[in-house]
Ligand binder design. Sequence first.
Ligand code: FE
Ligand code: FE
Length: 204
Amino acid sequence: MESSIINFNFEDAQNVLKAELKPERYLHSIGVMETATELAKRFGADEHKAKIAGLLHDCAKNIDPVRSYGICELLGIELDDVAKQSYKLVHQYLGAELAKMRYGIDDEEILSAIRVHTTAKEDMSLLDKIIYLADFIEPNRDKEPFDGFDKLREICENDIDEAMLFALDISIKSIVERKMLLHMDTVLARNWFLSKKISKTLEK
Ligand code: FE
Ligand code: FE
């Protein structure tokens, strides 16, 4: 295991996050850290990596839009047209970069999970899926429940790909309802999971 994560100091990282995030966002991060660790245990992923990725996934969330775009430009983070117009997406790309620079994470699996936690993408790794789902079902979400919340938690008990499909459907519907831009990676992710399911049914 890479040294950056063996020596990862949770207490230090939590103190930095506590200072940088709004209180409810900090609480959410702790919730995602705990839920991701549980999911990793359930589905056989690296629990230590899940814990770090869960804690850090929103580390760039409370940087204001103008600064976020400015830092991306400064760091040479290339944003596509949708991300340039959808501020809510920027924190996944910037978050992965900050995890590397400020929190010393050089583990590509962790960085990837942070980098795709909002849009998702095709062919996600187990850790990518765990962070995406933990972000949805962590306990503090109870305060702002969404349609299908309990059902999603239930599916997460045993079928992670089915849970991804269910969560992506919820997410896409809500993006459309709120008249926001839909990122192509989200469409590709949904088709990927659905097409995998269809092929499985056809095999039977
Ligand atoms: Fe996020
Ligand atoms: Fe989050």
